[in-house]
Design a protein around this ligand. Sequence first.
Ligand SMILES: Cc1cc2nc3c(=O)[nH]c(=O)nc-3n(C[C@H](O)[C@H](O)[C@H](O)COP(=O)(O)OP(=O)(O)OC[C@H]3O[C@@H](n4cnc5c(N)ncnc54)[C@H](O)[C@@H]3O)c2cc1C
Length: 452
Amino acid sequence: MKVIIIGGGAGGLSTASNIRKYDKDAEITVITRDVNIAYSPCAIPYVLCGEVDCFEDIIMHQAEDYLDRNIKVITKAEVFDVQSQENKVKYYLKDHKEIEHELEYDYLVIATGGSPFIPPVEGTDLEGVFKIRTLEDGIKIADWASNSKKAVVVGAGLIGLEIAYGLKKRGLNVTVTEMLPQIVPRSLDPDMAQIVQEYLENEGINLILGHPLDKIIGNAQVECAVLGDHSIDADMVVLATGIRPETTLANIAECELGRWSIQVNEKMQTSIPNIYAVGDCVEVYDAITGQSTQSLLGSTAVRQGKVAARNIVGLNSEFIPVLNSVVSKIGKLEFGSVGLTKVSAIHNGIDVISGKIRALTKARYYPGAKKIDVKIVCNLKELIIGCQIIAEERVAERVDTMSLAISQKMTCSELASTEFSYAPPLSMVIDPIILAAEEACKKISRVNKKNS
Ligand SMILES: Cc1cc2nc3c(=O)[nH]c(=O)nc-3n(C[C@H](O)[C@H](O)[C@H](O)COP(=O)(O)OP(=O)(O)OC[C@H]3O[C@@H](n4cnc5c(N)ncnc54)[C@H](O)[C@@H]3O)c2cc1C
């Protein structure tokens, strides 16, 4: 069996490794335009802020390591054609563009990821303006930052904020701009986002919200970013304005595209049965709304790679709709969410209530106990559909607990009566999640009483 995988990121390499796990004889070839493979883009902000020593540390494997597992990786190669009728791909090596190469496949996996969205405004081509996607982007940002004093980061999503904090830690004066009136709009409600905003402001990061970027001004090199009446002097601008799925090759192959990107079934199979697709280039279903959506996460790409691999080798496997669990850490602050926010639930026409509490991460008297904020979102039948958590410790495991609760379709009363462990240095005797669930139950019974 010959398998060609286009893309050497999380999705492509997870597919390759998993096929090898189940099939010792498959001929697996990964083709990527990148120089580096198997690195963690998620770790770029943590190199910038100095928590990880250097960019080399976030490269986990080299192409040769894959050869040891009999997976051939062709780097610096651009696939420019997929002939799905003949089961062939064509590519050229970036150093020898004049020579076309052709490979045949039994199965093709499109794992082409996404490209940064560049806002259509003047000045994005100036020197000192950066996008953020690859290791090379991270290295360029770090190099330029070492001779800079003032940075503007456009976009206050998770990646924008993580990069902003990294640049601040490198000693720059940093301003984050966002066109919406709050930070992290996809994952946090405004009241929860406010807590993160205050933390960032205390760390000395400036925020300008509710203003889209109008233009970037400079003479060859960036000098300032303009947003309405605001003109912010800058030696560098980082555009963290979102990712657009890379669907060119899927289009050439005549795979069906959906509302957002490549359409796949639960097996990660495209409309062409021997072509699979995984990662940022595919669209998925939202577990709560049932609508097609995007899940631009490394964690999603890796899970999809496993599913595609199992199906390619003939084992049955399904990718289930997503809850888009996310977590981030900026300085000491951890925050995360799973499922829908209250704002997005209302936007989707779902009537909801929320239970919100502020508690502590350990027993009240225990040294080092930290504040924790939990917000649970439920529909009016008590079903939990979302949760947001902010604290200086143990956010990720609580988000994962809530992911399990939501995927198991728990109600807030069921959650409120769940048994949680306790010891003073590790938790409160009643876990903050339980307190938030109780709060949600109280509100729902009030609403139900009113309506009866
Ligand atoms: C700064 C940053 C922080 C992040 N933090 C997190 C995090 O904390 N948690 C999380 O879950 N996710 C995070 N993400 C998102 C995560 O990195 C992506 O969702 C993930 O990398 C997607 O994997 P992928 O394989 O779909 O795409 P990619 O990793 O983008 O890989 C796509 C591959 O396709 C190749 N390719 C595309 N077209 C062609 C072609 N025509 N020919 C040859 N090769 C081609 C590219 O060279 C590349 O190798 C972060 C991303 C960034 C940039």
